[in-house]
Design a protein around this ligand. Structure first.
Ligand code: AMP
Length: 225
């Protein structure tokens, strides 16, 4: 099963992605995670990506597109994948579509989580990352996934691990820039989604991201076979 998942930053895309990943047991490939791993490992790619990420801008397409298309060719992806954070603009969507056609690969689902800009922004600022597992969702502003507490300190609600906030999640200017890219209907992420919607053979599933995690996942899983 090959799946793309879209949603503005803060829409719960990562959380829902982890749930979909469990259903199909495909690798969950997140562009942002790959970049952040490279940054923490001090690689050349990480150094290049960091300056863009810190400003809330997209890492250039000539770095991102080959990185992801190569990742999808790795062994663990041969029975399917769930891709999150790519494509993020129209150019990336076109490159991905062409590459998939060349490889005779089918896109089974495109998931779009719909959420307004203001709610997305609040949710981003409350997001916390678990040091043990990126798929352990925690958010100080969402009751269903509020962190637990240990010795008066917030800890991961799933495993009790240490929590951190991403620098780019606390920077309002960077958040606004990321949302400008997402909601851009000309060349941005919404343009990429519309590109897939215009293809008859591609099944695009829209889900309202406003209800709680469980309600959203029930609707979403109900729409996937
Ligand atoms: P995310 O974790 O998805 O919010 O991504 C964090 C940051 O990584 C973004 O703000 C971008 O700077 C960069 N990034 C993630 N995905 C892409 C992509 N498909 N193209 C370019 N830059 C990306």
């Amino acid at each position: 099963m090959n799946i793309l998942i879209f949603g503005p930053n803060g829409s719960g895309k990562g959380t829902q992605g982890a749930i979909v990943q469990k259903k199909y047991r495909t690798p969950h490939i997140e562009t942002g995670v790959i970049f952040r791993q490279n940054i923490s490992q001090g690689t050349e790619l990480g150094a290049k990506a960091k300056e863009y990420i810190d400003r809330g801008e997209l890492v250039p397409d000539d770095v991102t597109i080959p990185m992801i298309l190569n990742r999808l060719k790795e062994d663990d992806c041969k029975d399917g994948w769930l891709l999150d954070g790519f494509p993020r603009n129209l150019t990336q969507a076109q490159a991905m579509y062409e590459a998939m056609q060349q490889e005779n690969m089918k896109l089974d689902y495109v998931i779009e989580i719909l959420l307004d800009r203001k709610t997305s922004k609040n949710r981003i600022m409350g997001r916390r990352l678990c040091s043990n597992d990126n798929n352990h969702p925690n958010n100080i502003y969402i009751d269903a996934i509020k962190p637990a507490e240990k010795d008066g300190k917030p800890v991961c609600r799933v495993c009790g691990g240490e929590l951190t906030a991403r620098d780019d999640d606390q920077d309002e200017t960077a958040i606004d820039k990321r949302h400008n890219i997402y909601y851009d209907t000309e060349t941005g992420t919404v343009a990429a989604i519309n590109f897939f919607k215009a293809k008859d053979e591609i099944n695009v599933i829209g889900v309202d991201g406003l209800p709680g995690v469980k309600e959203v996942s029930e609707v979403l899983l109900g729409k996937l076979k």
